[in-house]
Every structure is written in structure tokens, then in C-alpha cells.
Design a binder for this molecule. Structure first.
Ligand code: PBG
Ligand code: ZN
Length: 273
């Protein structure tokens, strides 16, 4: 994606410095390990790329809020978000990986952990593991309403995490189903989520609005890679004005009810705002 690249830890620290200067509320990390394997070993290794990155950020730019994405698809050789058993993702086996990963991120100093895998029961499992390891104060930002979306395409290319077989529809949600989002959100809050996210953002503003009506915990929206890329491509072709389209897209997400937005426009928008 234009203006986005995989970063080494030294360059990440420079980028984080800039984010802090711009007044951005925080950053979220997605790790890409040197080697991917069937057991997502890099996801929960104490010296994994994300764990090392968090430690460097907390040492060099301590004031910047650091959220870590907790999932396995960037770390598995097959690109799925969980352990494969008999050709399918095993929900319950995957909870063990997610719990270990969240604890290792908290140990490294992450301010917030954000599970994005969509396995059932993962918020409860992660909360129990964090508490059992003394991380009572680490909040969970749950990607509670995450749809099986075509708009993740550019991210998967960047993260080298496109599933090698099948798709993610057995764990991510059906784009036609609005009511399931409300059940997922209610379940995650019941399990102990501190904050909720809707993803993608613009094609799901109705879900965001409905979530806003139903809950009063902090609610976020994730303007995903495909949303960003569409606007960038149209601007590059001279079809849309970049600045005003960007600001309008972010305004619409805010208007629908988001307290905070994850966006690839963060630096550009902050500079303007
Ligand atoms: C993986 C994950 C995805 C994104 C964030 N975490 C992709 C997916 O589910 O395939 C997408 C982000 C984006 O498109 O910007 N769990
Ligand atoms: Zn995943």
C-alpha cells in the first residue's frame, strides 16, 4: 500500500517517534516473523518480533500507547488464524495459542492486547491467562464484530498471510448478518472485553451505529487496508480529492459512533487536524 511498509525495529522506533510528535493516540503492531510454521511459534515466543518491538517502543517512546494485534495468521505457514486439525481450524486448541501470545505481549509491556482471530471464547481465555500471570491491568480490545471481508486483501498481501487453502468464513462473520454482530459483542463483553471494535468500518457503519446504541464501553472502528487503498487509488488517478475524501471518510466513522478509529490515514489526518 502506498506509504506503508514492513518495518524493522529500528525504523519502527523512528516511526513511533513521529506518531507521538503528531499527537496520534496510539499504534497497533502486527508482527511478521522471519519463519512461519504450523504452530505459529513466532506468535508467542518471548523473543518474537512483536515482543521485541514492544520492548523497544516502551524503552524508546514510552509515552506512546502500544496495542498489539493478537492473532496467528501472520505466523502460520498456512495463513489461517488458528491450529489446523483434520483440515479445519480448531477453535478450542487455538485458544491456548492466543492466551500464551497475549501474556507474552503483556510481559513485554503492551498497553492493550487486541485479539482479532474471532475464535469463540477467546476473550474469556485471554482474560483468565492474563490474570493468572499477574496482568490484571492489561485491557482487552476485542475485534468483536469482524466480518469475512474482501477489503482485507492489501493487508494480507503486506503481511504475507493469505490463507493457503479455504477461507476465513468459518470464524469471521457473514457480511449479510447484522444481528450476529450484536451477539458477538454481547458475548465478548460478558467474557470481559474492555473495548469493542467493528471491522471493516465504512461498509459496516450500520453495525457501528447499532453497537453504539447497545453498549457504552469504548467503541472503535477499523478502517481497513482495502478502504484505504480504494481512496488512495482514486486519488492517484485524479478521480477523488485525497484530503477531503480522507477527512470525510473518517468523519463518517466518527458520526456513526466510533470513539476511536484505527486507520492507515492516521499520520496524514493528524497532520491536517
Ligand atoms: C488478521 C487480521 C487481518 C486484518 C487485521 N488483522 C486480516 C484478516 O483477517 O485476514 C486486516 C487489516 C486490514 O485489512 O487493514 N487476523
Ligand atoms: Zn488472523
Amino acid at each position: 500500500m502506498p506509504g506503508n511498509a514492513q518495518l524493522s525495529i529500528d525504523n519502527l522506533v523512528i516511526e513511533a517517534e513521529e506518531c507521538r510528535r503528531l499527537g496520534i493516540g496510539g499504534i497497533i503492531l502486527f508482527g511478521i516473523p522471519e519463519e512461519k510454521d504450523e504452530h505459529a511459534s513466532g506468535a508467542y515466543a518471548s523473543d518474537g518480533i512483536t515482543q521485541r518491538a514492544v520492548r523497544a517502543l516502551k524503552r524508546e517512546v514510552p509515552e506512546l500507547l502500544v496495542i498489539t494485534d493478537v492473532c496467528n495468521c501472520e505466523y502460520t505457514s498456512h495463513g489461517h488464524c488458528g491450529l489446523i486439525v483434520d483440515g479445519d481450524v480448531s477453535n478450542d486448541e487455538t485458544l491456548k495459542w492466543l492466551s500464551k501470545t497475549a501474556v507474552s505481549h503483556a510481559e513485554a509491556g503492551a498497553d492493550i492486547v487486541a485479539p482479532s482471530d474471532m475464535m469463540d471464547g477467546r476473550v474469556a481465555a485471554i482474560r483468565a491467562a492474563l490474570d493468572a500471570n499477574g496482568h490484571f491491568k492489561t485491557p482487552i480490545l476485542s475485534y468483536a464484530a469482524k466480518y469475512a471481508s474482501a477489503f482485507y486483501g492489501p493487508f494480507r498481501e503486506a503481511a504475507e498471510s493469505t490463507p493457503q487453502f479455504g477461507d476465513r468464513r468459518s470464524y469471521q462473520m457473514d457480511p449479510g448478518n447484522a444481528r450476529e454482530a450484536m451477539r458477538e459483542i454481547a458475548a465478548d463483553l460478558e467474557e470481559g472485553a474492555d473495548m469493542i471494535m467493528v471491522k471493516p468500518a465504512m461498509p459496516y457503519l450500520d453495525i457501528l451505529r447499532e453497537a453504539r446504541r447497545a453498549i457504552d464501553v469504548p467503541l472503535g472502528a477499523y478502517q481497513v487496508s482495502g478502504e484505504f487503498s480504494m481512496i488512495m487509488a482514486a486519488a492517484a488517478n485524479g478521480w477523488l480529492d485525497l484530503e477531503s475524501t480522507m477527512i470525510e471518510s473518517l468523519t463518517s466513522i466518527r458520526r456513526a459512533g466510533a470513539d476511536f478509529t484505527l486507520t492507515y490515514f492516521a499520520k496524514a489526518a493528524s497532520a491536517l487536524l
